[in-house]
Ligand binder design. Sequence first.
Ligand code: ATP
Length: 858
Amino acid sequence: MDEKPILGAESREENLNFIRPINIPSDTNINNHSRSFTCTSTSSSSSSPPDFLGKVQAAFKRRRPLGNMRSNNIRPTRVLLPQRGTSKNSDVNVTSEADTDKTQGNDSYLSQGVKDYISQTKKIGSITSEVQEDASITPPPDLGTIMSTQEENHVSFGIQDQPRSAADCMNNNSASLSLYRSEQVHQKKVSFASGDTARAHVHIDMHVFCMELVDRCPLQITNISCGFLAFTEMDWDVSNQMEAATAVSQDIKHISSRSDVQVAYMLAKGTMGSQDQVHPFRNFLQSDSNYNMTQSSVVGSSCPTTTLMNSASAPIHNSTTYCSYPHQINSSNLNVESLGELNMNVQPATERDKLPSSLGSLNHSSGLSADLDQLEVALKASPSFVDKDLDVKGYKCSKDQSLAIPKDSETTKDDLPPDNKVNKEKACVGDVTDVQCQAPLSKYQSSDVKFGSSKPEIQGKVAKSKAAATTRKKSYDPEQFFKVNGKLYQRLGKIGSGGSSEVYKVISSDCKIYALKRIKLKGRDYATAYGFCQEIGYLNKLKGKNHIIQLIDYEVTDKALLQEVTQGYMSNKDRKVSDDGYVFMVLEYGEIDLAHMLSQKWKELDDSSSTIDENWLRFYWQQILLAVNTIHEERIVHSDLKPANFLLVRGSLKLIDFGIAKAIMSDTTNIQRDSQVGTLSYMSPEAFMCNDTDADGNIIKCGRSSDIWSLGCILYQMVYGRTPFSEYKTFWAKYKVITDPNHEIMFEPVSNPWLLDLMKKCLCWNRHERWRIPDLLVHPFLVPPITPPLSICQDQSCKFLKLVAESCTSDQKALSLCSQMQELLLDPKPENGCQLLLHQMSSLCFQLQKNIANSEGD
Ligand SMILES: Nc1ncnc2c1ncn2[C@@H]1O[C@H](COP(=O)(O)OP(=O)(O)OP(=O)(O)O)[C@@H](O)[C@H]1O
C-alpha cells in the first residue's frame, strides 16, 4: 500500500512485534504452564502458582512485622537451602530429607499452604538421583554472581568471593540474590544441590527476597514491573533471578490484587527460557536510576575462570551459561589458534536450546518459576553437564573472549579482588591477554565434536565466536538494545524501513515507548551522510510544534560528521563515514500512520458499501493541513508528503520523515533540487520536471505548491480510495500523464460539490493556481457557509407574502394565492401542489412587479 519515495525507501514493514495483550491461548493448558514453574510433581494436587503465590504472599503478609519484615524472615529461609561444606570433596551435594526436615523446624513462620506446598514437593522424584552419581550441578552458588555478570549477557555459575548476607546485598544496593548460598565460597566442584524440599524452599526464598525487594526498593518497583511486562509481552524469557525476582516481587502484588491467572501465565512465560537478554535488561532498567547493581562477583576469588558451558557462538536468544571452574584456566592448553575448536563443543541446536533453558529453569528454582521438569529433561539430555569434573582438555581459550569481565564494563581489572587479578594474570599466558576457557559442555556435546573441521569452517566459527565475544564485551546486547547518547533503548520490534533507514519501536529505561530511526551511514561519503543528518536539523527546528513528530534525542556516531552537521557546513565532501557510522534518532512514537488508517477505513467502507464520512474526512484533512502549514510557515518544503508520513499520536496527526525536506532560501519561494525526489504517486508535475526548463525558458523549481499537489493526491485517495494516477503503473506512464498539462484528472461524482472543488484547487496542473494552505484551511468544504435555519426563512417569506397581499387588496385572486402560499410555507407538503402554487406565485410576483413599474411610470 505504501509507496516508496523514488530515492529508494521501502515501505513500512508489518513485522512489528506489538506488545500483545497477555492472552492465554485457548489451547494452552494453564496447568502445563503451572507445571513449568512450580516444582511439578506427578501429583496433581500441587498448588498452582497463583495459588501458591497467594499463599506465600499471605503468609508473609501475616508474618511481616510492620515496617520490617525482612531481617526476621529472610534468614530462616536461607538455612533451608542445602548446606554444603566448602570442602574440596563436596562433589556431591544433595540435600537430604534429613536436612529438609531439619530445616522445617524453621518453617514456623510459613503458612499452612506453603507447608503443604513443600510437603507436596517432597513427593516429587528427585532429579538429583541422576545427578548424584557424578556430581551435582550447583544451582548458582550465589545468585548474586549470576546477576552480577550482567555485562556478559550470560548467566554465570560463578562463585561469590565474599559471603554476603541478604542485608549486605541489599545495603550495597546490589539487589542481588546473594542471600543464597554464601556458604559455597570456594566450592570447586560443580554440584547440584537439590532435593525437592530445597527447591520448594528456594521458591520460598525467592518470594521472601521479592518481598524484601519490594520493601527496600519501593521506588524501583514501578519501573521494574513495567520493564517486566515489556519483557514478558515481548516474548522475553526471563530466567535470571534478578529479573524474575524483581518482576515477581511486583507481580506478587499484582496477583494479590488481581487474582489474575494471566499474571501467573505472564510470570510463567516470563520466567522460562532464555536468559541472555536478562542481564542487559537489568542494567537497562537501572541505567537511569541510582540503583546501581554491584558488579561484585563476576568471578569468584577461588574460581578465577568462568567456564563457558555453551558455545560462544550460540544464537543470542539462547542462554549461554557459564560455570565457574577454577582449575580450568590453569590448563596449559590455551591455544588461541585453535579457537575454532571452541565451537566444536556446540550442541546440536535442540540440545543447546534445551540446556540453557533448563539452566534458566534451574535458576528459577530459586525464583518463582522453577521448571524442574524442564531441568530434568535437560539433565537427561546432557548428562555430562553434571559431570563432576568437567574436563578442559582439548578445549581452547579464545583470545578475544573475556574473562567474563567485559572491557567496557564498570569492573576493571583493578577493581577485581586480588584473587581474580592473579587468576586473570594466570589466564593471560603467552599473548593471550583476555582469556575465557570454554569447557566441554557435556559428554553428549563432546560426542558432537568434529575434530576434523575444515579451515573455512573454523574461520567461520572464529568469526562467529569473535562476534559473540564482541557482543559480550558490550554491556548490552546490540541485537536487543540501542544506545543513544549513553541511554539504552530496548528493541520491541521493527516498524518500517527505508532505503537506508530502519525504524524500530523501542522502550526506554523509564518505560516509555519511542520510535528509533537508525540510518546506516557505512560506506557513504560525507555529502550523502550530511544529507541524512539534515533531518535532525529540521526536527530540531520544529521542536515543540504541535503537528510535527518530536525528536527526543539523537546521536551521530561519526563525531567528525556530527561536528560538520552542527556547524551547518561540510568541509570534506569526499570523506567516507567510518564503518560503524550510524545516525540514531529517538522519536515520539506514532501508533498508526494515515496509510494504514485509510486502508482500514476503505476496508470498512467496502464491507458496508457506504461512502466516506465527510466529518471524518474534514477532521483528518484539517490535521494534515495544520501539519503542513507548520512546516511551510517555517519555510520548509517536505517534498515527500504521503499518507505513510502522517502518524497518529495521541489522537493528532503528526508529520514525519524530513529525510528529503528542503529549506526555502529567504530570497525565493522555491527549493533547489539535484534530482527528482518524492514518492511517484504523490509527486507534482514540477517535481517530475525539476530543473527542466518550461515553455518560457524558466527553470522548473519546486516549492510549497509541490507539497499542495501531494496533499491533493492524499485528499483524492481519502475520498476515492486510490490516488489520481493509480491506473498508470510504471514510472514512465506516470511521468507522461502527470507532466501533461492537458491531461484531465478523473473526478467521480461526490455528494458535496465543495469537496470536488477542494480537490481541484489542490490538483491544478499550474502550480501558481494551486491554493495555499491558509486558503485551504478556510475552504467551504472545511468551513461550510452557514445557511439560516428554516424558521428564519419562514419568517422572512411570510413578511414578503404579507407585503404582496397588501399590494393587491382589491385582487381577490391574488389575496387567495398569498394565503395559500403562506400555508405552504408554514407546512410544506408536496401533495398540496406546491409546484403549481410556486408557479402561480411567481406569476403573481411578476405581475406585481409590472404593476409597480407601471405605477412608477405614471
Ligand atoms: N516516530 C515514528 N513512530 C512510529 N512509526 C514511525 C515513526 N517514524 C517512522 N515510522 C515508521 O517507519 C516508516 C519509515 O520511516 P521514515 O519514513 O521516517 O523512514 P524513511 O527511510 O524516510 O522511509 P520512507 O521515506 O520510505 O517513508 C514510516 O513509514 C513509519 O511507518
